[in-house]
Design a protein around this ligand. Structure first.
Ligand code: F3S
Ligand code: F3S
Length: 124
């Protein structure tokens, strides 16, 4: 088991979590941070310090953010286990699963335009 970072982190990247992790296993991508599932020791120290509550124990990830569990695993598929985020620095990519989740949200918004975009309330 591991902890997972979910959607509230996207484009915010507060990074308070990094300071708390005793094993330096929270890695930075372009648009969010990812917890290494093999390096995480499940201590729970990162979870309460995130100001937007983006971090969850793997079993407790809310249904609407389940894709982010796969995203945290997928992010490390080609990286292996570097053994420490600080020596790696920012990694120029994001998980494909995360990008698919963002695309699905964008499509949902297109299907459900706001009243303003539909012309509701506009003067004739
Ligand atoms: Fe993201 Fe929260 Fe850490 S916003 S960078 S998971 S403190
Ligand atoms: Fe690190 Fe503990 Fe979180 S090992 S990622 S601070 S659960």
């Amino acid at each position: 088991m591991t902890y997972i970072i979910a959607e509230p982190c996207v484009d915010l990247l507060d990074k308070a979590c990094i300071e708390e992790c005793p094993v330096d296993c929270i890695y930075e991508g372009n648009r969010m941070l990812y917890i290494h599932p093999d390096e995480c020791v499940d201590c729970g120290a990162c979870e309460p310090v995130c100001p937007v509550e983006a971090i969850f124990y793997e079993d407790d990830v809310p249904e609407q953010w389940k894709d982010y569990t796969a995203a945290n695993y997928e992010f490390f598929e080609d990286l292996g286990s570097p053994g420490g985020a600080s020596k790696v620095g920012k990694i120029d990519k994001d998980a494909r699963v995360r990008r698919r989740a963002a695309a699905a949200r964008a499509r949902a918004l297109t299907r459900c335009p706001s009243p303003r975009r539909r012309g509701v309330g506009r003067a004739a």
